[in-house]
Write a protein that binds this ligand. Sequence first.
Ligand SMILES: [Zn+2]
Length: 381
Amino acid sequence: MTAVVAAAEKLIKPHGGRLVDRIGDRPEGVDKLERVTLTSREVSDLDMVACGALSPLEGFMGREQYERVLEDMRLANGLVWALPVCLAVEQAPSGDRVVLADKSERLLGVLEVEDVYDYDKEREAERCFRTTDEAHPGVARLYAQHPLYLAGSVTVFERVPPAYPELALDPAETRRTFAERGWKRVVGFQTRNPIHRAHEYLTKGALETVDGLLVHPLIGETKSDDVPAEVRIACYRVLLDNYYPPARVVLAAFPATMRYAGPREAIWHAICRKNYGCSHFIVGRDHAGVGTYYGTYDAQLIFDEFEAHELDIEPMFFEHAFWCRVCGQMATPKTCPHEDEDRVALSGTKVRELLSAGELPPAEFSRPEVAQVLIEAYSAE
Ligand SMILES: [Zn+2]
């Protein structure tokens, strides 16, 4: 045990220095408190606060935090933070304590009311999403929210059962797992898509330089046209089982809801992974983007706005990867001098067409085991 504790000491520190733990006992009389019903995004944020994934946050943001995050991408104490974590309500509660419930009326936790304030949805959209267009899925959700933010620290006494219990690892648990394996340098990989050869190449390229890889797919709510989480998880499993050394990889679920905030979400994703114990984080092209709202490299360039020590976690920037027939291997424009026609490139639409028709894409594009899972999923639709 001592060796594991010593190994844990060598992992990156959580954001703000300490892993927050807001899980506690169910207070008496909690069912008599005024009830606030959370959206699925708010439930996900609540659970991430409780388990420390959003350290140093201990609850939903007050006005000062919120303003600083919008204007400077920092918390009130100056620590880097890129996205609001807020709870929207219809009206101010009458008491100084409320109970938080999900849509099925399950009671999850209590919030000590510290502040209730109004906010400007268009301004938040402009700052966070760089657009006020309601066709943007994150903006649309923001515009549909209640008009006030309710702030305060939370204590969660009932956690929502995870959709994939075997993949549910809290930050304290991923940290323990890394420490047990003796890892110090761990790279986190965020994904909300099946992993094809291109992303396999990025993850392995990153893994070559560190001790371990955390494959950390986002399994919270995504757009309805994204591949469903259960299909993606089946894809990750066959890929990891067949092509990655098990001693170097941990697969766990990232319980966040997708915001599609592009650059700011890339920072937010990196900070969350730091809390899970990752010292490095892969940032590809158009990370957390949607449509054409963000420039190809915006999610990489935004890291330049901070000093390296402020984030501590090191972003690893990658280009789009492909199979090059001349190089005879996976490569990117950084490492391959050949022409487009030498490269195996398929559009998302083309891949979907092939899979829907029950055809395997080229092995240079997708591992056949992964493609087979997708073919079965599409044929079941
Ligand atoms: Zn080449």
